[in-house]
Design a protein around this ligand. Structure first.
Ligand SMILES: Nc1ncnc2c1ncn2[C@@H]1O[C@H](COP(=O)(O)OP(=O)(O)OP(=O)(O)O)[C@@H](O)[C@H]1O
Ligand SMILES: CC(=O)N[C@H]1[C@@H]2OC[C@@H](O2)[C@@H](O)[C@@H]1O[C@H](C)C(=O)O
Length: 374
């Protein structure tokens, strides 16, 4: 087993910042030691958004963004090391998820693309780096996502209690940890992504702080029903999605069927869409005793209140209450996945992604061992 300290780097679909964690990991425990959030410069954020939504980019632009992100991820890891006083040689490996710029798991040639050159990270930090976690699962017929349910299971499953773990990131994903049943998990649909995009358009703010703006609006039932009728929501798992599908263009196509709707009502409707599409899946899967929530959406009281109201009898609480930081869950999960890869253990769950078999995940970018360790 490659027991040791790992750095996990996660830049998710929300583009709100790069989450970096340091954790001591062994076969049984993941002990978080530090966290840090590194800002994403606006021009880089804009380039990622353009790419994610299918705007044409040249290969030169693509290559340069890959390099810039690799450097940014390395700087994020180095900042964390500086803050903690931990030396690179004390870190076994960096796990870098990369920035998803395209995810098309169901096309004729399924593909998923996480960029940010891992060679840069290894070269700039001197630490072995593990990246490209999704594509081996996809090569075996899987969705390549979500990958965190295995980690949710390792840390949060209970032998008797029916538990589900919900990540409300840009996209929301649910892990079903039900005693006696195979682990399942899939993306339920938009989490914060549409809420953020609509807020940016109308308020020029990155997100609707504490759901205040959305709370000032009324849910538009006609629009809500149209949005809920999208085929993705009732499609059976395995399934995963992203910004390529759920974006402002998707919302505008639905809005076009209606007369003008006040912007705050659209915001209220989007919050309701997030809550209802999640609650629908929780109930369809037979409900649970505890719904443990992580990701930035757990900080949106509007979504959280609606979720609790739609799920009477289910305790909806943050994963923090169960010992795992909801803000750091994904970065910790990838650190754990790198530990598994370096330990020769599989990382994917065929019952979640639909892959033909379990497999090692990721590509390893090694470095020369520091002097004295050769
Ligand atoms: N106080 C708050 N009020 C409302 N929303 C909030 C608040 N704090 C965070 N959020 C939401 O959480 C988002 C960030 O969530 P998170 O960091 O989990 O996303 P991510 O990891 O990028 O997404 P994904 O899991 O899809 O990769 C913000 O963009 C915002 O929508
Ligand atoms: C392709 C991709 O990057 N998917 C992300 C995204 O963000 C949330 C949801 O969509 C989930 O499927 C996945 O991330 C988490 C970390 C996962 O793989 O479990």
């Amino acid at each position: 087993m490659r027991t040791g300290r790992y750095i996990g780097i996660m830049s998710g679909t929300s583009l709100d910042g790069i989450d970096v964690v340091l954790a001591a990991i062994d076969e049984h425990t993941v002990a978080q030691q530090a966290r840090y959030c590194h800002p994403i410069p606006l021009p880089i954020k804009q380039q990622i958004l353009a790419m994610c939504q299918g705007q044409a980019v040249t290969l030169s632009q693509f290559g340069q963004l890959d390099t810039r992100l690799g450097i940014l991820f390395a700087e994020a890891a180095l900042s964390l090391l500086r803050q903690t006083g931990v030396a690179p040689r004390e870190v076994t490996a960096i796990a870098c998820h990369g920035q998803t710029v395209w995810h098309e798991p169901d096309g004729a040639a399924p593909c998923t693309l996480q960029i940010g050159d891992n060679n840069r990270i290894a070269a700039m930090t001197g630490i072995t780096t593990v990246g490209d976690f999704r594509r081996r699962d996809m090569a075996l017929g899987g969705q390549g996502a979500p990958l965190v349910p295995a980690f949710h299971h390792a840390l949060l499953a209970h032998p008797q209690e029916r538990r589900m773990v919900l990540n409300i990131g840009g996209i929301a994903n649910l892990s079903l940890l039900l005693p006696g049943q195979p682990i399942r998990g899939y993306d339920t649909g938009p989490g914060n992504m549409l809420l953020d995009a609509w807020t940016w358009r109308h308020r020029k703010a990155p997100y609707d702080q504490d759901g205040r703006w959305g709370s000032s609006g009324q849910v538009h039932q006609g629009l809500l029903q149209h949005l809920l009728a999208d085929g993705y929501f009732l499609r059976p798992a395995p399934k995963s999605t992203g910004r390529e599908y759920f974006n402002l263009g998707w919302l505008e196509r639905h809005l076009a069927r209606f007369g003008p709707i006040p912007a705050q009502d659209v915001q209220a409707t989007l919050a309701e869409l997030t809550a209802q599409t999640i609650a629908q899946q929780v109930l369809l899967c037979g409900g649970c005793e505890h719904l443990l929530v992580c990701g930035g959406g757990a900080r949106n009281p509007l979504v959280m209140h609606r979720l609790s109201a739609l799920l009477p009898g289910i305790e909806v609480s943050s994963t923090d209450k169960f010992g795992v930081s909801g803000d750091d869950m994904e970065a910790l999960a990838f650190a754990w996945l790198a530990f598994r890869t370096l330990s020769g253990l599989p990382g994917n769950l065929p019952s979640v992604t639909g892959a033909r078999e379990e497999t090692l995940l990721g590509a390893i970018y090694p470095v020369t061992a520091p002097a004295g360790e050769k």
